[in-house]
Design a protein around this ligand. Structure first.
Ligand code: F6R
Length: 622
């Protein structure tokens, strides 16, 4: 939610900031802004509403903003509507017009996150003579820094530390002080921020893709820490103002993976990257035909001792949990609960001390998932995080981490990270089952052999995408869609339905096929699209019957079935087939046509599949 960038070095800052923001636009895209300083001159601010291209146009691709030091922001509105005056950067002093122009104020800054006590702080600042121009919580934090800066000894560290002690909520902030040219100051709590250093230049960003082109040497600034950033150097301080040492991390992602590489959208590129994402994730733990989870820190003794598993996540990651519930329970006979992080964190969950809490998150920054993790840890429960982004907050705070190797995922709607999360979860299911003795050696070998076929099978589905493209164009006008299935197929429906609605804005619902007649079937009308997922051999005929019940009420039926189940065509109007696989792993295949369907319907409706309205990639607010 919101992306921030910063640069200081020998080059012109504005083009680098615009380039960085273009890699972060997935985090928010309702307005954007830059503040750039030329030497000791005050900073100049430019802000625009709408997509980043408006800011690029207004600044002549950055050329109209000379200077080698600057900060930038792309916004996903929380406090205050998307408007120029609410766009960042914000300033500590008076604001002229809608906020663009030379900054005469002491402090100018950008912020990602939410300041929970902004109202009380705003009142305090108004009492102290400050005037507010925007509806944002960000303006409060910038003015609070200014307040402490002026009240005490005109020292940025002191002012920032006092502000950090006073504010509640989450933030990654970047600040420039008028009296401190050649410096950018940054601080964070809860919201992500990285600092990259190369020869004589320093970069700041919310996420790795924004700086990958320039450097791979990255520092992860800790919670409640602040940083003084100068050209080619960075110093970190804790809440007492004492300097702390942070070791840099080497980023392994290649720069091309954060580019579209000839595809029209990141989403379709990432759909095509799924075979590699799954293959790399599986290969990271399957060695010489055996699963080795030692790098995740789980010993066989610990696995044998586990009494139950709770999986906690949001959105698509929660759908992964739903699929894994079926697979893990069946293969390990351990009871598995799957919880929405936003619900789990406010309940008073009953957790057995010997249970394991697995949190799943692509970004590793989702606020609710992070708080759920902290809650589990506060109960003394062992935690394992399945995370894609190396060094993210969830990865750092969990007891154990299983990194998915999907590479950077840019499209807002997840595809390859979802598939990599499933792959990671399957290896946990098979390994736990074997260690706990609920599957024997022969079954173990067979499951591993089947897992290794997933990448090639996804590739095969992708080769037949034209039929789905045709079907999507035919159904792009629909108002409603229903996805039905049983068991693991139901969990695949949850994801297929979300993929369709979030990027095409078509109302869709996923239903356990047997539940439909308990109410929802009344919504079926002539030509309503009903999509049935039919990969579970034991349940397949029952789902087909439920589909036929819909057809009798006028529905148009689409089926997703395994190769060989050609009799489905006797009932469905349109069928797409996926290769056969052990039913525990079928979600990895059945989801691919549903991702393609969602994508192609969005394109046929003329929408931007990468940046659906009202959404942001990384949800760092609750
Ligand atoms: C949907 C989607 C979201 C995320 C959810 C959790 O396509 O991407 O539902 O799955 O916001 O995000 P992470 O995995 O980053 O915790």
């Amino acid at each position: 939610m919101c992306g921030i960038v910063g640069f200081i070095g020998d080059h012109q800052a504005a083009p680098i900031l615009l380039d960085g923001l273009s890699k972060l636009e997935y985090r928010g895209y309702d307005s954007a802004g830059l503040a750039v300083r030329n030497g000791t001159d005050p900073a100049e601010v430019v802000k625009t509403v709408g997509r980043l291209k408006n800011l690029a146009e207004k600044t002549d691709d950055g050329k109209a903003l000379p200077g080698c030091c600057g900060i930038g922001h792309t916004r996903w509105a929380t406090h205050g509507e998307p408007s120029q005056v609410n766009a960042h950067p914000h300033v500590s002093g008076n604001c002229t017009g809608s906020g663009s122009g030379k900054v005469e104020s002491e402090v100018v800054g950008v912020h990602n996150g939410i300041i929970e006590n902004y109202k009380e702080l705003k009142e305090k600042l108004i009492r102290n003579g400050y005037t507010f121009y925007s509806d944002t919580d960000t303006e409060v934090i910038i003015k609070l820094v200014d307040y402490y800066y002026k009240k005490y000894i005109q020292d940025p560290i002191d002012a920032i530390m006092k502000t950090m002690v006073r504010v509640r909520g989450s933030y990654a902030i970047e600040l420039m002080f008028k009296d401190h040219p050649g410096e950018i100051w940054a601080a964070r709590k809860g919201s992500p921020m990285i600092i990259g250093v190369s020869d004589g230049e320093t970069y700041i960003a919310s996420d790795v893709p924004a700086i990958l082109k320039y450097t791979r040497k990255v520092y992860y600034i800790g919670d409640l820490q602040c940083a003084k950033i100068t050209a080619g150097d960075v110093h970190f301080y804790d809440l007492n103002g004492d300097e702390v040492t942070i070791e840099p991390t080497e980023i392994k992602w290649d720069a091309e993976s954060a580019e579209k590489g000839g595809y029209e959208h990141f989403m379709i590129k990432e759909i095509h990257e799924q075979p590699k994402a799954v293959e790399d994730t599986l290969a990271s733990v399957i060695k010489d035909g055996a699963i080795d989870l030692s790098e995740c820190g789980l010993s066989d003794e610990q696995i044998k001792d586990i009494s139950a598993i709770t999986i906690v996540a949001c959105g698509s990651a929660w759908h992964v949990g739903m699929t894994l519930q079926y697979a893990i329970e069946d293969l390990t006979r351990l009871p598995v609960r799957v919880e929405l992080a936003s619900e789990f964190r406010y309940r008073n969950p009953i957790l057995d001390p010997r249970s394991l809490v697995i949190v799943i998150s692509q970004s590793g920054e989702t606020a609710d998932t992070l708080e759920a993790l902290r809650l589990a840890k506060s109960h003394g429960i062992k935690t394992l995080a399945i995370v894609n982004v190396v060094g993210s907050t969830i990865a750092r705070e969990a007891d154990n981490v299983f990194y998915t190797l999907a590479g950077p995922e840019i499209a807002v709607a997840t595809t390859k990270a979802y598939s990599a999360q499933l792959a990671a979860g399957y290896t946990i299911a098979v390994h736990f089952g074997f260690v706990r003795g609920t599957i024997d050696r022969e079954q173990y070998d067979a499951y591993i052999a089947d897992l290794n076929t997933i990448p090639a099978k996804i590739q095969k589905i992708l080769e037949d995408k034209e039929r789905l493209q045709w079907f999507a164009a035919k159904f792009a006008h629909i108002r409603d869609a229903f996805f039905i299935g049983r068991g693991i197929d139901y969990s695949t429906c949850l994801e297929g339905s979300l993929k369709m609605k979030e990027i095409s804005y078509i109302h869709s619902e996923a239903y356990a096929a047997g539940e439909l007649k308990h109410g929802t079937i009344s919504l079926i009308e002539d030509q309503t699209l009903v999509i049935g997922v039919l990969t579970q051999n034991k349940l397949y005929e029952k789902t087909v019957s439920n589909m036929v019940e819909c057809k009798s009420r006028g529905a148009y039926l689409m089926g997703i079935a395994s190769y060989g189940k050609y009799e489905v065509e006797d009932h469905c109007n349109f069928v797409t087939y996926v290769p056969s696989i052990d039913p525990h792993f079928s979600a990895s295949l059945a989801v691919v046509p549903l991702q393609l369907l969602g994508y192609y319907i969005s394109i046929a409706r003329g929408l931007d599949a990468d940046k659906p309205r009202n959404l942001a990639k990384s949800v760092t607010v609750e």
